[in-house]
Write a protein that binds this ligand. Structure first.
Ligand code: ZN
Length: 159
């Protein structure tokens, strides 16, 4: 397995029975990651998180953690848990991933989610959530339920 300098983690799959197997041969893995190397236009799959860590690439480690958060969020949505815009389910890196993937784009904002992403980031960063106005809480609730949740549930990279 060659370390990929232009690689990015592009997908995660969960193997609930721990039957995942890494390219290196390591078995009994729960989460398997796919890395795409844009320079070689080649996909490496599937790779366990330990092997991703061996690449010694901080950005890949961050992506692995974002994808595992995304999967946890997807499971919570499937379990009908109450999703809040807090560090229970979100992180700055996760919000950025959602933005980059177009999760905040909609008809209302002309399919440019930049403003709504900035709003979500600001609300997420607020240390005192009780200071958030009712109107803003309603907007967060609506966007989480009608936009973010279906986006995550239908995203092909989260299996
Ligand atoms: Zn491995």
């Amino acid at each position: 397995m060659t370390p990929c300098m232009n690689g990015a983690v592009v997908a995660v799959e969960e193997h609930p029975d721990n039957e995942g197997e890494c390219l290196c041969g390591q078995q009994n893995l729960l989460y398997m990651y796919t890395i795409y190397n844009s320079e070689k236009q080649e996909t490496l799959s599937y790779i366990g998180s330990q092997c991703v860590h061996h690449f010694k690439r901080q950005d890949l480690d961050v992506q692995v953690s974002v994808f595992s958060q995304l999967l946890a969020l997807k499971r919570a949505i499937e379990d009908s848990k109450k999703i809040t815009l807090t560090s229970d389910y979100f992180s700055r890196a996760l919000l950025h991933w959602l933005f980059a993937e177009g999760a905040f784009n909609n008809e209302r904002n002309g399919y440019n989610g930049e403003g709504d992403y900035a709003f979500f980031l600001e609300m997420f960063n607020k240390r005192k959530k009780e200071d958030i106005s009712d109107a803003r809480n309603k907007k967060i609730w609506a966007m989480l339920n009608f936009q973010v949740k279906p986006f995550i549930q239908n995203h092909p990279a989260l299996g």
